[in-house]
Design a protein around this ligand. Structure first.
Ligand code: ZN
Ligand code: ZN
Length: 479
């Protein structure tokens, strides 16, 4: 299918029109459950995601994704069930994924990153999908490797031929001990691709910046934990035909192959407003790859509805019963007007109670979360730039020292009549080290501008937002 997609080429993000296949490379199912930290909430049946496999499958299909995957946290059962379900319906269009929480340093989960292992069932160059039990074995090995530190984990993936990409790397997974700029920069050294997410904002800009700086292929998934945003952002993949033209891949194995060979880019179902004809990176992220607070609030709301509507167990029944039964049976005005509980009875009453409780929170939570994320992202980006500035100064310092050495050697050799040349070299030798501005005024401005866009406050700082606001390259559209 012909789509407008973004790719990285020669260190620049470009908009191109391309015949390619698509897949939401990062989404979660009801099997994803390693991120509910509290025992009590876990006991009450609170999950990080409730979406059933069939629902995911039908939504992804409806939203035009030709291939499907699930990348649950440290879990492959959801993806395996999706594969079985699609096969039963006659479709061979699933790859099995897994999002692994990997300790950056061995056995220390204070700081972690998420690694999206893509197509576990096609690892090690398999051309036909590995059976369930082999995928499960590989999953168990990967789970053990998570503790050995990021370096070992990546080494293991490479050794076992497990295709992977570091997910939402600029999204600080461990807010208590966020990554430093240097850490993030080092984490991306030696990588050949980077993943953006549909629920990130400033983080996506940072990732596009890294993609340009390090010439990384870009891919994307929604990271949807409810059915709301599923399939809205996606990775595109292609293969080259005999004429060297990109064409859609035809099998899951070809899809994984395209991923490995970086024949990938990213697309979104959200389009740019018509008045933006020369989009910048900031425009692209803002309009097409952006978990706006509003969207995230809808996500939160959907999560609560899903909690009440999916998978009733005795714990959930008792919990909701304690609050709802008195209302329903004895007409006790707890939170709701009496008639609501009478009218709706137990199940409905529980639903309304759950929703009204959520409604109190849902407006606040994502907004404050976003603000925290933005702050951390800003700091991280500042850190990266400082680190790069430091690297540059170091290499320049080395260069000048080298030059001085050369001059000293030359001084011994040069004869008197070459006095002019000597002068030139001396001039170089005495040159001051360049002063780099560590305060990063440009970025502070950009960050403020970005935040203002979200909060709808003053837009005075729209000028001078450096690389992020310059128009990206676009392929001329063929007539
Ligand atoms: Zn994640
Ligand atoms: Zn995720």
């Amino acid at each position: 299918m012909l789509r407008d997609v973004y790719i990285q080429e020669n260190g620049k993000i470009k908009l191109v029109s391309m015949d390619c296949s698509s897949i939401d490379l990062h989404c979660h199912s009801k099997y994803s459950n390693s991120f509910i930290p509290h025992k009590v909430t876990r006991f009450l049946g609170v999950r990080e995601c409730y979406t059933p496999i069939k629902k995911i499958s039908s939504i992804l299909e409806k939203r035009g994704r030709e291939y499907q995957t699930i990348s649950d946290h440290d879990e492959v059962e959801g993806a395996l069930e999706l594969r079985r379900y699609r096969l039963k319906k006659g479709h061979e269009d699933v790859i099995v994924g897994g999002e692994y929480t990997v300790a950056i340093e061995p056995r220390c989960f204070d700081q972690t990153i998420h690694v999206n292992c893509v197509g576990l069932d096609y690892s090690n160059g398999a051309t036909s999908p590995l059976p369930d039990h082999k995928v499960r074995t590989l999953n168990r090995k990967l789970l053990r490797q998570r503790e050995c530190g990021e370096k070992e984990f990546i080494k293991f993936c490479k050794g076992e031929g497990v295709p992977y990409v570091k997910s939402h790397i600029a999204l600080q997974c461990t807010p208590k001990k966020p990554l430093s700029g240097e850490q993030l920069y080092r984490l991306m050294e030696g990588e050949d691709k980077i993943e953006l997410n549909g629920d990130s904002q400033l983080e996506n800009l940072i990732e596009l910046d890294i993609a340009q700086r390090n010439k990384l292929a870009i891919c994307c998934g929604t990271d949807a934990h409810t059915k709301e945003r599923l399939g809205n952002q996606f990775t595109v993949a292609w293969k080259l035909n005999s004429e060297g033209e990109p064409t859609p891949v035809e099998t899951p194995a070809e899809l994984v192959d395209a991923f490995i060979n970086n024949n990938i880019g990213m697309g979104s179902t959200h389009s740019l407003p018509e008045n933006i004809t020369n989009p910048s990176l900031a425009d692209i992220v803002f309009y097409q790859f952006n978990g706006t607070t509003k969207n995230l609030q809808r996500d939160t709301m959907r999560g609560s509805v899903d909690y009440v509507t999916y998978e009733w167990g005795w714990r959930k029944a008792i919990f909701l019963g304690i609050f709802v039964l008195p209302v329903a049976l004895f007409n006790v005005p707890l939170v709701l007007p009496d008639f609501t509980a009478w009218g709706l009875g137990f199940g409905g009453g529980a639903l309304v109670l759950g929703l009204s409780g959520t409604a109190l929170f849902y407006k606040g939570i994502p907004a404050t979360e976003r603000q925290g994320d933005r702050k951390r992202a800003k700091k991280l980006y500042g850190g990266i730039n400082e680190y790069i500035a430091h690297l540059e100064t170091e290499s320049q310092r080395e260069g000048i020292i080298e030059l001085k050495d050369q001059i000293e050697k030359l001084n011994g050799q040069i004869e008197d009549h070459h006095i002019e040349t000597q002068e030139i070299y001396r001039h170089h030798a005495n040159k001051e080290l360049p002063i780099l501005n560590p305060k990063l005024k440009g970025f502070t401005k950009l960050a403020r501008w970005f935040v203002n866009l979200y909060c709808g406050e003053n837009k005075e700082d729209l000028v001078d937002t450096s690389a992020f606001t310059q128009p990206i390259e676009q392929e001329p559209t063929e007539e």
